[in-house]
Ligand binder design. Structure first.
Ligand code: SAM
Length: 221
């Protein structure tokens, strides 16, 4: 029997899907189903579990945040994920977005610069039995060449420009979504790699923590 607290979290999760996502135009059923399935509250620090389903980012330690549910859904929907895809995420954070993707695609590789965050995410994937997520510690601005090329790449930290390494690790015909701009304000950019050319389409304004690394920002702002 679920406790009252667990039932309340489940109610909040369903409400998040209906009100924050579906009503605001998220229509990809695979994304909606995955977000209805993954227990977001397990990925936030335990003191903030009651805040997990609110319509905003939540602090997660190391000065980082777990993104607002809507932005996670919006980015994943833009990627048009398919069940056979192999996907790279840059910026594991809590592991929540990787967990959501793992319910949609075949394999998820997720790279994080903080060992602490990567370790906690790895433990949570093991606890939930999500075996198709692989956590790597390193500078994700250079991608993760060992498992490249990818069918899709999602970057959860703001880059000054599109990192060349990430472009080179995308398959032809594949898509990448990332926030690009200054450390204060960015635009979400959807990049599609075609044979010999790259199509760039700007989506909404957004605000992410900076991508710190060789092909990102040099230092934390
Ligand atoms: N997707 C995460 C989740 O679901 O919790 C939220 C990601 S948080 C907005 C951005 C993350 O990117 C932070 O954990 C930060 O440490 C990480 N990050 C920043 N620069 C990075 C880099 N060069 N390589 C890997 N991770 C990086």
């Amino acid at each position: 029997m679920p406790t009252d607290f667990e039932s309340e979290l489940l109610r909040q999760r369903n409400e998040m899907v209906q009100i924050q996502l579906r009503k605001r135009g998220i229509h990809d059923e695979r994304v909606l189903n995955a977000m209805a399935m993954v227990p977001r509250h397990e990925f936030v620090p335990w003191q903030l579990q009651r805040e997990a389903y609110r319509d905003s980012p939540v602090p997660i330690g190391e000065g980082q945040t777990i993104s607002q549910p809507y932005i996670v859904a919006y980015m994943l929907q833009a990627l048009r994920l398919h069940f056979e895809d192999e996907v790279l995420e840059v910026g594991t954070g809590t592991g929540y977005a990787a967990a959501v993707m793992s319910r949609i695609v075949r394999e998820v590789y997720t790279i994080e610069r903080f060992e602490t965050l990567a370790g906690d995410a790895r433990k949570m994937f093991a606890q939930l039995g999500y075996e198709n997520v692989h956590v790597i510690v390193g500078d994700g601005s250079e991608g993760y060449a060992s498992a490249a090329p990818y069918d899709a790449i999602v970057v959860a930290a703001a880059a000054p420009r599109v990192p060349e390494a990430l472009l080179s690790q995308l398959k032809k015909g594949s898509r990448m979504v990332l926030p690009v701009g200054s450390s204060e304000l960015q635009q979400l950019l959807l990049v599609t790699k075609h044979d010999g050319e790259v199509d760039r389409r700007y989506l909404d304004a957004c605000r992410f923590v900076p991508l710190i690394g060789k092909q990102g920002y040099a230092v934390e702002h």
